[in-house]
Design a protein around this ligand. Sequence first.
Ligand SMILES: CC(C)(COP(=O)(O)OP(=O)(O)OC[C@H]1O[C@@H](n2cnc3c(N)ncnc32)[C@H](O)[C@@H]1OP(=O)(O)O)[C@@H](O)C(=O)NCCC(=O)NCCS
Length: 197
Amino acid sequence: MQETQGPIFLRGRTVNLRPVRKEDLPYFLVWINDPDLRDFILPYMPMTMPEEEEWFADLGKRKPSDVVLSIETTDGCLIGNMGMHRIDWRSRVGTTGAIIGEKDAQGKGYGTEAKTLLLHHAFTSMNLRKICSQVIAFNKRSEAYSKKCGYKEDGVQKQHVFRRGEYHDLINLAVFWDDFKPIWEKYQMSEETHAPA
Ligand SMILES: CC(C)(COP(=O)(O)OP(=O)(O)OC[C@H]1O[C@@H](n2cnc3c(N)ncnc32)[C@H](O)[C@@H]1OP(=O)(O)O)[C@@H](O)C(=O)NCCC(=O)NCCS
């Protein structure tokens, strides 16, 4: 099996999270402009490569409040990215956002594992207390994978976002360590089961 090249920040069983590289940008650009993916995420204006490069150049400056990582399969294939955004260090709250941009990689458990790794890091390394996520009501897959990671509903913003010609509810989700701990323990047990001999 081909191994991921370069630094790995969070190591998983099927995916790793690693720092974003400049060569990731053409993939990010395709995903963020993709009409099939755009409905689920907040940006909706066309994104250009110069804008993407500017975003990349500013990543370091945004670090105290925004952390973004690329998601790779463990055989080194870039499939998406995931971030912890709007971090409020006083209240110890952050908001996750993610995209598995490679469509043939969706629905295979990669998002769930990536989020499990990021949440563990957020609770046990960054010392965050409450991790939020916002999901448009029709995005059932996103709601499902977040709930698999321990998120629970934390209020609904009624008729809040405009998509597909109408207004949709925005569901606030949140997870605390007590909700996540058993999920992490289960993940670790499954990791031991799958560890190479
Ligand atoms: C949302 C996203 C990050 C999830 O990652 P993923 O790797 O596809 O998700 P996973 O395979 O880990 O888990 C998806 C779960 O949702 C479930 N699911 C899929 N479609 C569903 C539906 N219509 N209703 C309910 N559950 C659904 C799957 O069955 C799976 O659960 P299971 O493993 O128990 O069967 C990814 O699909 C994506 O990037 N989508 C487009 C962009 C997006 O929505 N980003 C999030 C914005 S909030």
